[in-house]
Design a protein around this ligand. Structure first.
Ligand code: ADP
Ligand code: MG
Length: 395
């Protein structure tokens, strides 16, 4: 149960599949392969747009793009997700939203590069991926980042890696039209094996924080709740609006500026209980990120467990973004011996992560499956992960 989720990806090595896809489509060998991982957020939920803190890490599950130079200013891309390739030129690339569907994520990268003044080389690309789509592990940022890495290198573009996250984010925000923060692309591009990425969403400063699960005999179990995303977009927008209105009412630039020490007095200034709970989640969640960073810096990996669980309770009771499936997964994981567990991602479905002893990961996953079956939920997926490297050329 804890190998890669068979339902999530086709079988076989992802890099080999990318090469095979390229050869099948274009009848020739690729010039190279570039990989970018999915990511999971260890802690810091709904803090990004409040100018706060997040702590994601890059996953061993990767997206690989096999690529070669193509005709001038023409881009052709195929993916395992689709029988048909998509071809586009500058006209389509330069008009946000013109290329629709999955290829929009690729066209968006071409657009963002061109908008930043780069001469993007024509290219042929083939995408293969082990990152499950739409589970909240950021398959979208993985595609953007792998494509970006390929185009930068094929074109010999002068674009230092520090600037890649912003560019990939623009592709998703402005070309595809999906409003996401800088976290996904930062983790996917800048992630490092054995580390989590502490990101200050206001300054965009990052710090690599040691997160060596293997040395501690621990594992992170990522459980795909398989819960249908119910009204997730509308709920996200309404949470965001509550936070922005609360910051305005409190006279601060963002909820990040609310001092935890004065929290009760601050909450008293707010008009209603719901807003008070929303603010309490964000302010306490920022502090939990800082507390976990301090524990990880001190090498106390196991001790982060209670903070993970406290984050879940805050999302469930104060921010109200969990659903029965994720609450069930968290409860069952804790009952089976996890040190801590929480929903990760924007909410209303997606994944749960649990910190477990490496040798009890299978038992915890089985306990979650049993709890799901008892409640009649569709079977969950589960995979153990460790922090892996960010976007890079493979060979
Ligand atoms: P996630 O949480 O996985 O990032 P999103 O809805 O943000 O979910 O992004 C998923 C979208 O990214 C897919 O619908 C598809 O358009 C694109 N995508 C992800 N993986 C691939 C892939 N292997 N090939 C082509 N497009 C992909
Ligand atoms: Mg995404």
């Amino acid at each position: 149960m804890t190998g890669p989720d068979p339902a999530a990806a086709p079988s076989g090595d992802v890099a080999a599949r990318a090469t095979a896809g390229f050869r099948q489509r274009y009848g020739t060998q690729p010039a190279g392969r570039w990989a970018a991982p999915g990511r999971v957020n260890l802690i810091g939920e709904h803090t990004d747009y409040n100018d706060g803190f997040v702590l994601p890490f890059a996953l061993p599950l990767r997206t690989v793009v096999a690529a070669a130079p193509g005709d001038d200013e023409r881009w052709t891309v195929c993916s395992e997700l689709d029988d048909d390739a998509v071809e586009f030129g500058p006209d389509e690339a330069d008009e946000p939203g013109r290329v629709t569907g999955w290829a929009g994520y690729v066209a968006g990268v071409v657009w963002a590069l061109r908008a930043a003044g780069h001469a993007v080389p024509g290219a042929r690309l083939a995408i293969a991926s082990d990152v499950p789509v739409g589970s909240g592990l950021s398959s979208s940022a993985a595609v953007e980042s792998a494509v970006l890495a390929a185009l930068v290198e094929l074109g010999g573009l002068d674009l230092p890696a520090e600037r890649w996250p912003r560019l990939a984010q623009r592709a998703e925000n402005e070309y595809v039209g999906a409003p996401t923060g800088i976290m996904d692309q930062s983790a996917v591009i800048r992630g490092r094996a054995g580390h989590a990425l502490f990101l200050d969403c206001r300054s965009e400063e990052v710090e690599q924080v040691p997160f060596d699960l293997d040395a501690a005999g621990l594992a992170v179990l990522v459980i795909d709740s398989r819960a249908p995303h119910r009204h997730a977009d509308g709920e996200y927008a309404s949470r965001r609006r509550s936070c922005e209105e609360a910051a305005q009412a409190l006279g601060v630039a963002a909820l990040r500026d609310v001092d935890l020490a004065d929290l009760d007095a601050t909450l008293d200034k707010l008009p209603d209980d719901e807003t008070r709970r929303r603010v309490r989640h964000v302010v306490t969640e920022d502090q939990r990120v800082l507390d976990i960073v301090a524990l990880l810096r001190a090498g106390r990996v196991r001790d982060i467990g209670p903070l993970l669980t406290a984050s879940h309770a805050s999302m469930r009771d104060d921010f109200e973004i969990t659903v029965p499936e994720v609450d069930t997964a968290v409860e069952a994981a804790l009952a089976a011996g996890a040190y801590g567990a929480r929903m990760t991602g924007g909410g209303f479905g997606g994944c749960v992560l649990a910190l477990v002893d490496a040798d009890s990961a299978d038992a915890v996953a089985a306990a979650v499956s049993t709890a799901y079956a008892e409640r009649g939920f569709a079977a969950p997926g589960a995979v153990t992960v460790r922090p892996a490297a960010g976007a890079a050329r493979l060979d």
